[in-house]
Design a protein around this ligand. Structure first.
Ligand code: FAD
Ligand code: FES
Length: 530
């Protein structure tokens, strides 16, 4: 019988994690790390190993957010081609960026070996190849050849191949990349933090920061410290000024990316990392199965700016069709999505955003690599050690060739979306016509309201105005969430924050209890009729 495809991630389903307590008393430590994904846990691990007292705080459980929805290709190969990085930053800086990635891969390998962590870590080759589903042109083959030569010229182990294994056609092979099971790996990292005396608190959202003295507050309890590391993916304001935070946040572009996964015959897909040159690109890898007969294939892509896809369900459909052609007989079991955060110049921001406050964001599709790098850089900063990449990834780095133009392009749609949503958000249909799993922005008593129907049939009403900077949220049908097209905040149907930059929930909008009766009627909601 055909199995139901679940929207939880394969990593969550295949590795339950230990639970940790809530923060329930005041404390004093050397370093507070906010966020328990890969970036935060790796930072805490390195600091605890270096003898610092550390407390990690997460508003959810550990490794529940983007790190649980990754595809976990470990690579120095950035989303932006090396040739493009060279054009923007020059050879030395481009090389330094890839060096930093390679260094992060080595760091992960060291942590795995030091802790004896069983997490399916393996060094595998990575392949850049023609778009899935079509032949490469001779120009494309030549471009692969040039990219391979350039990469090798900068000292990385890469070469041109006429036939990429499994996919076919020309491409570039990058040796010495890796794969990992992110939740098994971070379960081991969390255990090592605990063993080194570090503390991990979950269900403890940091709600307040103070710099006199330096401290954070969660669950009404305060932890004072000497340094804070913000590892929250989208950066919190912390002790920075509103202006600095806004400037940083408006430089970030959030993209939704989608993954489908399923069981294949053992060995049907070779062990390696695959990316094509489509725009947006597709990515594929295999996770060896625990049973003798099957492996697990992960295939992703269909990226779009968060909140800007007309039909997010279609993103999954496209991936499913492609992967079924690529891997005939695949038994699809999962589909999931998450976000990647892009910067105007293609490199992350990692560094201090206020005195004794370190932040890291803008990792693109290399969040495990750059998040690990950020952990190393935060540790170096706190231990007052030099770090070769400090200036390259500095949050305040000056705009560089091409950066100013891209920055404008990424943000020009802000007023456009404000205008478009105000004009078209209300389509005149009554609330009653909202189907289960559907959401729509409607007008109620002169207020724009995000209305959606739950699985149990009731309508949830929350303000449609994003609490970050006031844009109108959009319904994401695939995930049943409200997504903001401006800077990518995401909210649940009840308005609570899934991911920032917004830090406050969408205000709930009152309506009478509709249990046992039809959901809120257009008359009660004060909605206009055609
Ligand atoms: C589909 C997909 C495929 C990807 N593929 C790859 C890939 O192949 N390779 C790769 O390197 N990267 C990939 N990425 C990117 C990568 O997964 C992420 O960049 C990375 O996991 C981010 O890790 P993080 O620890 O910085 O953030 P997260 O894992 O999001 O952790 C941040 C944590 O901060 C917590 N938090 C937020 N606010 C607060 C608060 N106020 N108080 C307390 N806690 C708070 C959150 O609850 C969360 O647990 C992919 C991403 C997606 C979505
Ligand atoms: S995320 Fe910035 S306005 Fe919504």
């Amino acid at each position: 019988m055909k199995k139901e495809v679940t929207t939880s991630s394969f990593w969550i389903d295949s590795a339950p994690l230990p639970s940790f307590p809530r923060l329930e008393r005041d404390e004093d430590v050397d370093v507070v790390v906010v966020g328990a994904g890969n970036t935060g846990l790796t930072t805490a691990y390195l600091l605890a190993k270096a003898g610092k007292s550390v407390a990690v705080l997460d508003r959810a459980d550990i490794v529940e957010h983007d790190t649980a929805y990754t595809s976990a290709h470990l690579t120095m190969v950035t989303d932006k081609r090396l040739s493009e990085l060279i054009r923007v930053f020059g050879r030395d800086h481009a090389q330094a960026a890839w060096d930093a990635g390679l260094f992060a891969l080595e760091q992960i390998d060291t942590i795995v070996r030091d802790g004896g962590i069983a997490c399916d870590h393996a060094w595998v080759p990575g392949y850049l190849h023609r778009p899935v589903g079509r032949q490469a042109t001779s120009d494309e083959a030549e471009a692969f050849r040039e990219e391979a030569e350039l990469t090798a010229d900068l000292g990385f182990d890469a070469r041109y191949v006429d036939q990429v294994p499994f996919i076919g056609g020309p491409g570039v092979v990058f040796e010495h990349q890796a794969r990992i099971h992110p939740r098994r790996y971070l379960a081991g990292v969390a255990r090592a933090i605990h063993a080194a005396g570090g503390r991990i608190y979950t269900r403890s959202a940091v709600e307040e920061f103070s710099n006199q003295p330096l401290s954070v507050t969660a669950n009404g309890h305060t932890i004072s410290c000497r340094d804070v590391v913000l590892a929250t993916y989208t950066p919190l304001m912390g002790n920075s000024s509103m202006l600095e935070t806004t400037l940083l946040q408006t430089k970030l572009a959030l993209y939704s990316t989608y993954v489908v996964g399923g069981l294949v015959r053992r060995g049907q897909v070779p062990d390696g990392l695959f990316w094509d040159t489509d725009a947006p690109y597709h990515y594929l890898r295999v996770e060896p199965g625990k049973s003798g007969s099957h492996d697990y294939v992960i295939f992703g892509g269909s990226d779009h700016k968060t909140g800007q896809a007309a039909d997010t369900t279609d993103c999954y459909r496209q991936l499913e069709e492609l992967v079924q052609k690529l891997v005939p007989g695949i038994e699809l079991t999962h589909r999931w999505s998450g976000q990647v955060i892009e910067t105007p110049d293609g490199l992350p921001y990692i560094g201090e955003t206020a005195p004794h406050q370190f932040a890291a964001t803008g990792f693109g599709g290399n969040g495990l690599t750059f998040g690990t790098l950020a952990a190393v850089m935060a540790t170096d900063r706190i231990l007052d050690r030099d770090n070769p990449w400090r200036e390259l990834f500095a949050v305040s780095r000056k705009s560089i060739i091409g950066g100013a133009w891209k920055y404008v392009r990424e943000n020009k749609d802000y007023p456009y979306y404000l205008l478009r949503d105000r004009l078209t958000g209300w389509d005149g249909r009554p609330l009653r016509s909202i189907r289960q799993g559907e959401g729509r922005v409607v007008e109620q008593n002169g207020e724009l309201v995000a209305a959606s129907r739950d699985a149990d049939g009731s309508v949830k009403l929350v303000s449609a105005i994003c609490t970050h900077m006031g844009c109108l949220v959009d319904w994401n049908e695939a995930e049943s969430t409200w997504d903001c097209p401006c800077h990518g905040s995401r909210f649940r149907q009840d308005g609570s924050v899934i991911s920032g930059p917004a830090e406050s929930p969408l205000r709930s909008v009152a309506h009478e209890d509709n249990a046992g009766r039809p959901p809120v009627s257009e008359e009660r909601a004060g909605v206009r009729r055609d």
